[in-house]
Design a protein around this ligand. Sequence first.
Ligand code: GLU
Length: 448
Amino acid sequence: MTTVEEQVSEYYNKLLKRNAGEPEFHQAVAEVLDSLKIVLGKDEHYADYGLIQRLCEPERQIIFRVPWVDDKGNVHVNRGFRVQFNSALGPYKGGLRFHPSVNLGIVKFLGFEQIFKNSLTGLPIGGGKGGSDFDPKGKSDAEVMRFCQSFMSELQRHIGDQTDVPAGDIGVGGREIGYLFGQYRRSSNRHESGVLTGKGLTWGGSLVRTEATGYGCVYLTDEMMKEHGDSLDGAKVIVSGSGNVAIYAIEKAQQLGATVVGFSDSSGWVSTPGGVDVELLRDVKEVRRERVTAYVAESEGATYHSDGSIWDLEADVALPCATQNELDGNHAETLVANGVKYVAEGANMPSTPEAVEVFRAKGVHFAPGKAANAGGVATSALEMQQNASRDSWTFEYTDERLKEIMTTIFRNSADTAAEYDREHDYVTGANIAGFKKVADAMLAQGVI
Ligand code: GLU
């Protein structure tokens, strides 16, 4: 008789072979399987009917050519992806990432994480993810538009408001969603607002969607700090990144009385001991699409650094909001030595397994991305609700719903961790809580 633990390890070894060259996907699966061993120790039926194997195999993977013509008339060929991972709880839901690092393994890791994240929101959405190795940096508006049109010419046959509902992620914001939606509308001859989220406010978008991932991450952080008798008021916070998630995490943290002491982009990091001028940052990054050096040039007291890392700063709270594996074991040691007691992931899987281990060993309270950054996709689901009822809600009402969702996610993760004798282990709590809902639906729906 093999033990559940042996079965899971054997399955994981097979997965490594069948999905060679996809380290980020392996990393995401390994972390979830680690938590699932704890569930299977209590409830063996979760290993029945090939459930774990089915959960780790996407329902469908689409890879396609995306040819486009630049402003000089040169033809470029990128690769497009959509991984439709799991639709047991609802239509596939998850963002599109446009970044040169995008490959099948990255999209699979993101799609896999999305299943549990979306389940945790409590809303009826399955998990999927997509994107392209297209680099929007340095491209003209017209080039981005032509790329988006080419990308959607193929993607449109695979999506729909009851099938798969993409949104933004790194490199895909309001501008790109606009061009994608335009092309979808033209080729389908349908103004089907529910097919994409993150839309403009006059054509089916939802208030708060732009702010939601960053705000949600801070709402959950605040909840986690309260649980341990602390508060963001007066705290020093490091926020890595300076994209959509980072900007609104900075804004909300400062609204709640924190001082954000630094942010970054791929060119370097900025120390801001007196706090961040959010209006200026938004103008530099979102309107002018410039590097963080442009912020430093126009802001008093901010300094730019291209050496060391943002994780060298002293703070109480760290919110990694840039990208996967940006915070490693050494960074985690430095953060702990410099006084950080709380970490919440605004990005998807920004902490390496070694970093998470350091946080666990040193008693740092750690909220994983599946829980901490679920506010974005949750508000996308609220956008879908508004589209389905042809209604639009006020900012206050939508923000209140977001806050409630983040509080519930935190409580659910904390309570599940306690139920499995892992008090305060929010990684295990979030993985198990997210898993059980999907698993119960999959078992009820049979082997498909
Ligand atoms: N890309 C975001 C995420 O990682 C949002 C996805 C969505 O709104 O569908 O969850």
